[in-house]
Ligand binder design. Structure first.
Ligand code: FE2
Length: 312
């Protein structure tokens, strides 16, 4: 069964492509209604007049892409001062279902969950091709995808090539060129040649709202500039690993303890909370005392499933 107990919206073909290429476009992962609700929350969290901010850095004319800190200024981590739509989108059952199938496990952990708004002119997003392993592990990607992780990058606005579509290279296309470790080579001439060769076989992930691109940490990809006048792109980055894999990480959720976690706890299911490290009903962690303490911390959290298992 697809999804290992969660409602799957991906197909066996999607999973086969993921296994083969390390990257797959998941179409219609979210309904139009879900996208509209998430967009409304993005407007609440990030909404503003768009336009050029000349104070931000720019790429030098003629240079290949580069990273700039200004690319990441409209990113916010879970949870949000918004409705349940945005607070739960990174824990959507369809995402959990894909992550479980992709990593061949019943227990996945969300280790990165960020809403990312991009506005035309805010920054130079024209990144070089890179693989994400460098900031997801201190070592390197395994050749066994089940030992790596899955990033699911979800679009909630229509993304054309003028709206910063992610560009990516399938593993079968990059393999004859270079492994992911080639990004570590500091030689500028080597990098210029690498970038040109990857560019030649790259694909665009331009797609309508509701699409997600799932990719793993050895897959070459890059962010591109928004060029549509007054354009914006609303996206959510959800990264899952096998629960208990200490080699992979990005965020420690308690670090963000001053954020409005009740917005998540008050509406999430036990399975969704388990993806954040919350012990499921029946776990020995839960006693009368821990339940009472948890209720004090989150008065709106419906602990019925946990209480029922304690009685049983
Ligand atoms: Fe990346």
């Amino acid at each position: 069964m697809m999804g290992r107990g969660m409602t799957a919206r991906h197909t066996a073909e999607d999973l086969a492509e993921w296994d083969r290429e390390g990257v797959v476009l998941l179409r219609d992962l979210f309904t139009a209604e879900e996208c509209a609700a998430v967009r409304a929350d993005f407007d609440t969290v990030f909404g503003r007049e768009t336009g050029w901010d000349q104070s931000l850095d720019r790429k030098k004319p003629g240079s290949i892409g580069a990273f700039h800190t200004s690319q990441f200024k409209s990113i916010e981590a879970l949870p949000f001062h918004s409705s349940r739509a945005l607070n739960l989108i990174g824990l959507h059952p369809a995402l959990i279902a894909f992550a479980r199938d992709a990593l061949r496990t019943d227990h996945v952990h969300l280790y990165q969950g960020q809403a990312w708004a991009k506005f035309t002119g805010d920054a130079d997003y024209d990144q070089p091709f890179h693989a994400d392993f460098a900031n997801h592990t201190l070592t390197v990607p395994s050749e066994d995808p089940r030992k790596n992780s899955v990033t699911i990058f979800c679009y909630f606005t229509d993304v054309t090539d003028a709206h910063g579509a992610t560009h990516y290279v399938r593993r079968s296309d990059s393999a004859p060129i270079a492994g992911p470790e080639a990004t570590l080579n500091p030689d500028p001439a080597f990098q210029a040649d690498l970038q040109a060769r990857l560019q030649a076989v790259s694909r665009s992930a331009a797609a309508p709202a509701g699409t997600a691109i799932a990719y793993t940490t050895d897959v070459y990809h890059r962010g591109t500039n928004l060029t549509a006048p007054n354009g914006h792109r609303y996206a959510f980055m959800a990264c899952f690993k096998k629960a208990g894999d200490d080699s992979i990480g990005f965020m420690a959720w308690p670090f963000h303890h001053t954020k409005p976690w009740a917005n998540v706890f008050d509406v999430a299911t036990p399975e969704q909370l388990a993806c954040l490290g919350v012990q499921p009903p029946g776990d020995p962690f839960w006693t009368e005392t821990t339940l009472a303490r948890a209720q004090t911390r989150f008065p709106g959290w419906d602990l019925t499933p946990w209480r029922d298992r304690l009685k049983g």
